[in-house]
Design a protein around this ligand. Structure first.
Ligand code: CMC
Length: 382
């Protein structure tokens, strides 16, 4: 039974419910449009940088040169981690999944932030910068720890993407690698009231704190129906193994009613606009790095899905070509979702500050479908 009381909508999954107002991203799912503060995502991916996009999302306008320089300087000054956090990374099990490590470490950062309980807008903005700036070191630090390598400290002369790849690999990335990551960071930075952003807003709306909201969001992002899908795409590509196996594997899965990871979206019933540029970019990186197999397999999957299910409004989403892109720049599969988190912190933090500016506790109802008028049976008689 899923009927609701007459004055309340029953909306399983909340797909038909507007629960917040935002000035950051606009999504038109029918026509495949995504804008950050009115600027099309494609123009930002082609021309902007992640730092500039974060400024745009948080300030609702593009920065002038001096403003961007000052913002970038503020972020870079916060790149490094408190020593106890580096020590904590060293104490973590090497076989832990990076998303578990990241969720734990972002939460732990709160223990070393004197402003954690300061709810003012100014303090929340400073905490947002800190979390955004430190997350790359958390991810790269954990990866080096699990591989038994020494930590590489962040590079304060480099942008977030370059500093991250330097910490991860122990050497500066090529321009193509750094730009590929920067584009992925831009594309993942914000996306309306997606599941993890909703989770962050629910947490901050109780007047909890920014770190608790980010921790909640990371746990929500981790699932394979949300941010975890990019890892699942790579697992699918590995399972298929070879271009000849694409057609039989995908057709078998579709016949079994299995989901093909990286396809479909709750909001987009047209081509995900984040996937459009990524597709072109993934192709270019494949050519640049000589690693064409993944791109060719992905293209073939898209061709089959287009033939079989596009009529249902199922197209590639952002995760489909970001998986190929990450793999081409040498990232391990279980770092794909942490990359998503590294970027989406921009959106989560912006949404939390937006929520607090006009706050109301977020508390939907549940329609009770269990029994009534049951007797209480004493323990010894059950
Ligand atoms: N492969 C095959 N069929 C699909 C897929 C897919 N990936 N996605 C949806 N369908 C079918 C589904 O079986 C159903 O068919 P039918 O009407 O015949 O039963 C129909 O499309 C509608 O599906 P739905 O479950 O009602 O759609 P939803 O809006 O609840 O699901 C989704 C959205 C993203 C959970 C789903 O498309 C999915 O599971 N995709 C794969 C996972 C994935 O790539 N997730 C990343 C989303 S993008 C990143 C982000 O923003 O978080």
């Amino acid at each position: 039974m899923t009927t609701a009381p007459a004055n309340v909508n029953f909306d399983k999954g909340l797909g038909n419910t507007i629960a917040a107002e935002t000035e950051m991203s606009f999504i038109d799912g029918q026509n495949g449009i995504l804008e950050y503060v009115g600027i099309e995502i494609d123009a930002l991916a082609r021309n902007s940088t992640f730092e500039e996009v974060v400024y745009l999302l948080w300030n609702r306008r593009l920065p002038k040169k001096a403003e961007l320089d000052a913002f970038t300087k503020e972020i870079r000054a916060e790149y490094d981690l408190p020593q106890p956090i580096w020590d904590m990374i060293r104490s973590m099990p090497k076989d832990a999944k990076p998303m578990h490590a990241l969720r734990t470490l972002v939460s732990a950062l709160s223990l070393h932030d004197a402003e954690v309980e300061d709810p003012s807008n100014e303090a929340n903005q400073r905490k947002s910068i800190r979390m955004l700036a430190k997350t790359p070191a958390l991810i790269a630090g954990f990866d080096r720890h699990r591989k038994g390598k020494d930590f590489v400290k962040p590079d304060r002369n480099a942008d977030i993407a370059t500093s991250f790849l330097t910490m991860l690999n122990g050497e500066a990335p090529t321009e193509t690698m750094a730009r590929a990551l920067d584009v992925c960071l831009i594309l993942h930075a914000d996306h309306g009231l997606n599941a993890s952003t909703f989770a962050a807003r629910v947490t901050i709306a109780t007047l909890s704190d920014m770190y608790s909201a980010m921790t909640t969001a990371i746990g929500t992002l981790k699932g394979p129906l949300h941010g975890g899908a990019n890892e699942a795409v790579m697992e699918l590509l590995n399972e298929i193994g070879d271009i000849d196996q694409v057609e039989p594997t995908i057709m078998h899965k579709l016949k079994n009613k299995d989901r093909i990871m990286g396809f479909g979206h709750r909001v987009y019933k047209a081509y995900d606009p984040r996937a459009t540029y990524l597709k072109t970019f993934a192709k270019q990186i494949a050519e640049d790095t000589g690693n064409k197999k993944l791109y060719e397999m992905s293209s073939k999957i898209e061709e089959i899905m287009d033939r079989e299910v596009a009529s249902k409004g199922i197209y590639p989403n952002v995760d489909f070509y970001s998986a190929t892109t990450y793999a081409s720049i040498g990232l391990e599969i279980d770092l794909f979702t942490p990359m998503f988190a590294m970027s989406r912190i921009a959106g989560w933090a912006g949404h939390c500050i937006e929520q607090l500016a006009d706050n109301r506790l977020i508390r939907p109802g549940a329609h009770y479908v269990g029994p009534h008028e049951q007797p209480y049976v004493p323990l010894e008689k059950r």
